[in-house]
Design a protein around this ligand. Structure first.
Ligand code: MTE
Length: 326
């Protein structure tokens, strides 16, 4: 196995070289159950323990110092839920599809091209990109436009750190994120459900807001493929679809980018897509949300908060009619 040195000095195998946690957990459980069922008990138990050991040394740790300024004090979503209930249409439209099919994504080698209105365009391999700034752990709420939310410890650094390095020109008013577009690795691209590649965008001041997180990991490990490995955005005050996964290109542009969901249904998904309980989706209310993991008949719905509770972004939109610019 190829071992790389992470920015924290921790030995870091590439994400693609590691058995996904869900796969090894179910394999281990299976072996344990067999063993406890007393068929050739001791040999199987030993096998289960060996599996556990192999995974301990194989897990792709990406531990970063927690940043208390950005830590939501709410119960974290279980890792299992956050990695098995996903939206990643390049791997299918069902929530369970990405965890099952994203194993075909090759995350090494990976590079990301920074282009457009910048004085220093560059192509960076993943390792160089990760070393550009110290990694932090931030616990963010993420609210999907479909009406559910999660609380996840992400690992990354503020996108502004990268923006500073490439020196945007005076023409750079927006920033565009482009996801990998490779049918061989992403079976969902054969379906015309969206215009591919998946593109998202931000205004420059939004991109420069310290909350905008260029993200490489979650729960102290590198991102699993289904969560957007090896690098994605996390924008906690916006609906989840603004947070593009598996990014290969970041472009600095003059005009507002044409984004995947806005192109697919412009009356339903605006460019801004700030979490806003006062602006309903044309087909459902946005006033409340279901926290993943709090299911069941008696589970209460939570009130959705303006900007998903991140009121510090409000000044970015001062004077804007947020019903018009939804
Ligand atoms: N990025 C790409 N490339 N393709 C997608 O389908 N789905 C978006 C966003 N990023 C999506 C994407 C949506 S709708 C959501 S809610 C979040 O990813 C889900 O992230 P998660 O699966 O890590 O919870």
């Amino acid at each position: 196995m190829l071992i790389k040195r992470s920015p924290n000095g921790i030995d870091l195998p590439f994400p693609s070289e590691i058995t996904p946690r869900a796969v090894f957990e179910s394999r281990r459980d299976f072996i344990r159950q067999l063993a406890l069922g007393s068929i050739a008990g001791s040999a199987l138990l030993e096998m289960a323990n060996r599996e556990a050991f192999a995974q301990t040394i194989g897990a792709a740790k990406l531990v970063a110092k927690p940043n208390p300024t950005y830590a939501v004090m709410e119960k974290k979503t279980a890792y299992k839920d956050a990695t098995s209930y996903n939206n990643f249409y390049e791997f299918g439209t069902d929530k369970a599809d990405p965890a099952m099919t994203a194993g075909s994504l090759r995350t090494s080698p990976w590079s990301i091209s920074i282009e457009g209105e910048v004085k220093k365009p560059m192509r960076l391999d993943l390792d160089s990109l990760m070393k550009l700034a110290p990694l932090e752990e931030r616990i963010y709420r993420l609210r999907c436009v479909e009406g559910w939310s999660m609380v996840i410890p992400w690992v990354g650094y503020s996108l502004s750190q990268l923006i500073k390095k490439v020196e945007p020109t005076g023409n750079a008013r927006y920033i565009e994120f482009v996801t990998l577009d490779d049918k061989k690795q992403m079976p969902g691209l054969r379906s015309p459900v969206l215009e591919w590649p998946y593109v998202e965008g931000l205004r420059m001041d939004e991109a420069n807001h310290p909350l905008s997180l260029l993200t490489f990991g979650m729960y102290g490990e590198v991102l699993p493929n289904q969560n957007g490995a090896p690098v994605r955005m996390i924008l906690p005050w916006k609906y989840g679809f603004k947070s593009a996964k598996s990014i290969v290109k970041i472009r600095f542009v003059k005009e507002q980018p044409r984004t995947a969901w806005n192109l697919a249904a412009p009356n339903e998904y605006g460019f801004y897509s700030n979490v806003n309980p006062n602006v309903d989706h044309p087909r459902w209310s946005q006033a409340t949300e279901r926290r993943i993991g709090e299911d069941g008949l008696l589970a209460r719905k939570r009130k959705t908060l303006m900007f998903n509770g991140y009121s510090e972004v409000a000044s970015l939109y001062a004077g804007m009619d947020l019903k018009k610019f939804f």
